[in-house]
Design a protein. Sequence first.
Length: 402
Amino acid sequence: MAFFGPPVQPKVYSGSINNLLIIITINTYILTNNAQIIMNICFTVQSSLPFFDSSVPMDIVGGAEIQQYYLGKYLSEKCATINYLSFDYRQKRIHKFEKVTFIRTYSMSEGFPGTRFFYPRLIRIWQALKIADADIYYSRGAGFLPGILCIFCKLHNKKYVFAGAHDTNFIPGELRLRFGRDKLLYEYGLKRADAIIVQSEAQRKLLKTNYELGSIVIKNLYPNELDLKERKSEHILWVATLREWKRPELFVEIAKAFPGEKFIMIGGPGKDGQFYADIKRAAEDIPNLVFKGFLPFEETKKYFDIAKLFINTSIYEGFPNTFLQSWCRGIPVITFFDPDGVVAKNRLGIVVSSTEELFKGVQKMLQSYSDYSESVIQYYRDNHSPKIIDKYIALFQKLLER
């Protein structure tokens, strides 16, 4: 079926809570056929306030958060009004920051285990959706929200858009969801979305194969915020949340094998605190490896600014924002994961399939990383610059015309 299609009955699997909620309500003006169209859009991700207001502590820097931050930021330049619905960071119920307004919902510590899914979370979310009163509601990534948004939109004659955040969002047996309730709600909403956005052709095929659903490919966007003529190349960089499937231990081993190079590792703990502690301890034993732990988004940027090479050791991904943070600066990558084969096809770095190839790739790239800069920057400009926002506008406009 096309990505605008009839509902399909969901199957039930086991799953984890996607507890991220922020609602971005965007009123944007678009000129079409000499007529002015007013578009009110509600994006959902929990922790966007710290991206805008640096005085608010940041404890999450994920790909879904980064993409929705930039999506809202660039759409706001074409809009009249933006509202976000946010976690409780001890701000006022209505918190205005520059051109945007944040509407407070709840804190993660509120409520009692076993009942807090319903109150305060579900009730506050529903109230927030009503306050937003958007034309289109948007969520990104697997969790319970797609089901809630789908039901809300059907009841209130709104449109719902789901965006994939990771390849596993479209592989039923690999959904990283803790509760069966969440998986049921996720698949219920996924199969009834008015449109589904995926990051790559690989995700499009997974969705079609596993769920018999169509989708539209819109690549991630990221701005170039650095004068490349002034850029220095000082260290080899690794950035991700420290989870087992990210395999940070491989980066530690690489640093050990190249004592003449400087290595930087950035990332906060996932759910396994012991795994984080073990990696931190191992990293701190290596003189040429600096372990930074979790850093806020803005602070992480300065380490990309002076990196010569970025290494991704994950088993699987969606489309890493760290790739875009590297490519917009002309930095090539070494990776096990190559979405749609773009790294190999466009000379954006080196793709490896074993630990031995990884070590050889680092050795090779240290001698030639600057040779990749031109092709890396050109690919970024052609495929991931902020002009991507026009594709979102076209999709949202098409939805409202139906």
